[in-house]
Each structure stands twice: as structure tokens, then as C-alpha cells.
Design a binder for this molecule. Structure first.
Ligand SMILES: Cc1cc2nc3c(=O)[nH]c(=O)nc-3n(C[C@H](O)[C@H](O)[C@H](O)COP(=O)(O)O)c2cc1C
Length: 203
């Protein structure tokens, strides 16, 4: 099924999750508005030694291609400016099926939980909650303080699906990408796709 999505990418650890997620999404029908926090590029540099200070679709998809091969072109991506709170993703009147934030920092989780909306990721998530659209948040932090836990509970009670980047191991991962795919498969399912990249568990 074709989906119209908003995808936020923040500066939590696990930058590779975002790249692999976009590679998988490119093989699925639909379109997405992409919003990158500048902190994502800082983390990408720390974790993968990749310097990509200018967020353009070309630089991002070149990175993805280098790592995972040519992305399929079934999904259309548009890049939005993180600071542009006038973008269509900031409006409740624009039609979207769902939003995901992967990875989601504790700072962004806190901001969404408290309705701060100080950038486009936070505003689009705030709008998703008020419009009762599915919002999938993939936090990454450990250990979690009481503040983090309370914020995540607030988000869950407000209607968000909180999916920490905690892959399972019962699919017997052989390489890192198998762990990424475990989470990505679950997130895509929650965004409404029926295609599966990981075989569902069968006892
Ligand atoms: C290398 C690196 C790793 C980080 N890992 C995490 C993390 O796992 N979880 C988290 O909540 N913040 C992490 N941070 C901190 C966030 O980047 C920071 O809180 C930032 O303000 C998040 O802003 P954003 O959500 O707007 O991207 C990390 C920062 C760096 C530089």
C-alpha cells in the first residue's frame, strides 16, 4: 500500500539506522518528507567518519548507495528544512498517513512530550499527535533516567508508538545490518506497510 509519510532523523546514536531505513523505504511505494536534525550529521561523523555537512538528497542517497547499493526508486523523497516551521509538514491541514522519528534523541522526545515544537521535527510530531495520526518514535539511550521514562510514558499516553532501538535476536542475526533490519521491519509495519524484510517468528 502506498504511504505518505514524514520521516524525522535526529542526533541520537544509531545514525546507520536512519540510512538503512531510507534504503529499505526506497523500495516501498509512496512519498516522504524528510527532516534531518543538524545533530544527525555530527553523530554520523562520530560513528562512521562520514563528513556530510550539507544535507541534500543527493549527498544522503549517495551515502546510502555506497553502503547498501543503489536504492530502488519506488518511493519519492522530498527534503525539508529542519528550521522551516512554515513547511507543509508543520500543518495539520496537509495529508499524511504517519510519521516516524528514527533515531529519536531524548531531547527531541522531551520536546515532543512537552509540545515545544521548536523545529520542524518537533512541530510535525506535535501536529501528528493532535491530528491523531500514527507517530512512531525510535528512542536510543541507556540507561534511562526517570525523566526519560516519564517523557516516553507521556508520549505513549498521548498516542505515540514508542519503539526503542532494541532489536530482537531470535532471527539469528549474522551481521549488523540484520539487527538494523529487525527494527526497520517493525517500524515499517507500524507505518502501515505489509511488505516484510524479516521473517515473522514461527515457533
Ligand atoms: C556521538 C553522539 C552520540 C549521541 N548519542 C545520543 C543518544 O544515543 N541518545 C540521545 O538522546 N542523545 C545522544 N546524543 C546527544 C544529542 O545529539 C543531543 O542531545 C542533541 O541536542 C539532540 O538534538 P536533536 O534531537 O535536535 O537532534 C549524542 C550526541 C553525539 C555527538
Amino acid at each position: 500500500m502506498s504511504r505518505r509519510l514524514i520521516i524525522g532523523v535526529t542526533g541520537a546514536s544509531g545514525a546507520e539506522y536512519a540510512l538503512r531505513f531510507l534504503w529499505r523505504l526506497s523500495s516501498l511505494p509512496g512519498e516522504s518528507d524528510l527532516i534531518f536534525s543538524p545533530n544527525f550529521f555530527k553523530v554520523l561523523s562520530a560513528e562512521a567518519g562520514i563528513e556530510a555537512n550539507t544535507a541534500t538528497l543527493e549527498t544522503i542517497f549517495n551515502l546510502i548507495q555506497e553502503r547498501y547499493g543503489a536504492p530502488e526508486k519506488k518511493h519519492h523523497f522530498s527534503l525539508c528544512d529542519y528550521r522551516d516551521i512554515g513547511s507543509r509538514a508543520a500543518s495539520g491541514s496537509a495529508r499524511y498517513d504517519a510519521m516516524a522519528v528514527i533515531p529519536c534523541s531524548m531531547k527531541t522526545a522531551a520536546a515532543i512530550a512537552h509540545g515545544l515544537s521548536s523545529n520542524l521535527i518537533e512541530r510535525a510530531a506535535d501536529v501528528s499527535l493532535k491530528e491523531k495520526r500514527p507517530l512512531v518514535l525510535c528512542p536510543r539511550e541507556t540507561p534511562l533516567s526517570s525523566i526519560h521514562l516519564k517523557n516516553l510514558l507521556t508520549l505513549s499516553e498521548a498516542g505515540a508508538t514508542v519503539m526503542p532501538l532494541m532489536p530482537g535476536y531470535y532471527h539469528r542475526p549474522q551481521q549488523l545490518s540484520d539487527l538494523y533490519d529487525f527494527m526497520i521491519d517493525r517500524v515499517l509495519t507500524h507505518l502501515g506497510f505489509t511488505e516484510r524484510f524479516i521473517k515473522p517468528w514461527q515457533p
